[in-house]
Design a protein around this ligand. Structure first.
Ligand code: SF4
Ligand code: FES
Length: 262
């Protein structure tokens, strides 16, 4: 375990933890946009800036990427840390002025408007804050690497190669699920899933119970790959939920009566 201090409070975190874990262990809520505990830290949004007072010299660091070490002293409320987080949200506001998520985040931090000129992201990606969560989930969790960052400066964005239909995209929709601002548009139309943002369409398989199309064909291997949870992968989320509820009731009856009810 690592022992350190956050806002004058002693905390312990496991070896390998980042400062964000220590901050959370101290009960402090820091805003985060680009962080997800299941993915590699990236440090893009700068909303989690804190002051690392010790070891000296004191400096501002992004808590989500900075490794925690024994004896560190962290302060989340120095004027520099607060100003740095407010600056970060102002920059996000000038990029995505129409994003409700960013507006709410800014309001919670006492920021009403940005001092910077509004330079909105263009077209399909007008809600994208470049947090990179979609890119990382596609690469690290799904293993598809269907999307990536392209361009520089104000033209930087996430896209498929050459902004064309991606053969690598499985159509799982994990990118849209994880996107904090709802920037990725995915639509199911009958047997087809349209990933508008990625210029890609994939065919869907139906749920064998209710007939609703829901599973991308490229993921048809999952029931065979995980035979122990075959029905979990084969059924649509609604039928899966119903089946789980039925199983739970059956088991509950069994424990109460000590005998099978069916
Ligand atoms: S599309 Fe969403 S998840 Fe991807 S970088 Fe932009 S804001 Fe982040
Ligand atoms: S959450 Fe730390 S930089 Fe984004």
């Amino acid at each position: 375990m690592i022992y350190l201090t956050v806002n004058e409070r002693p905390v312990t975190v496991p070896a390998g933890a980042r400062l964000l874990q220590a901050v959370r262990a101290a009960g402090v809520v820091l805003p985060t946009l680009c962080y997800h505990e299941g993915l590699a830290p990236y440090g893009a949004c700068r909303l989690c800036m804190v002051t690392l007072t010790s070891p000296p010299p004191a400096k501002l660091v992004a808590a989500c990427v900075h490794p925690a070490a024994a004896g560190m002293i962290v302060n989340t409320e120095t004027p520099e840390a607060v100003a740095s987080r407010r600056l970060a949200v102002e920059l996000l506001l000038s990029r995505c002025p129409q994003s409700e998520v960013i507006k709410n985040l800014a309001a919670a931090m006492g920021v009403r408007e940005s001092r910077f000129p509004v330079t909105p992201a263009q077209g399909e990606m007008d809600l994208c804050v470049l947090c990179g969560l979609c890119v990382r989930v596609c690469q690290e969790a799904i293993g598809a690497s269907a999307i990536g960052f392209v361009g520089r400066g104000g033209n930087r964005k996430v896209s498929t190669p050459f902004e064309l239909h991606s053969e690598a995209c499985l159509g799982c929709g994990a990118c849209a699920e994880i996107c904090p601002t709802g920037a990725i548009r995915v639509e199911d139309k009958g047997p087809v899933r349209i990933l508008h943002t990625w210029h890609t369409q994939v065919e869907l398989l139906p749920c064998p119970r209710c007939g609703r199309f829901f599973a991308p064909q490229a993921m048809a291997f999952l029931p065979e790959q995980f035979p122990e949870s075959e029905s979990f992968w084969r059924l649509c989320p609604t039928c899966r939920q119903q089946q789980t509820a039925r199983q739970w009731v059956q088991q509950h009856k069994l424990t109460r009566t000590g005998s099978r009810s069916d």
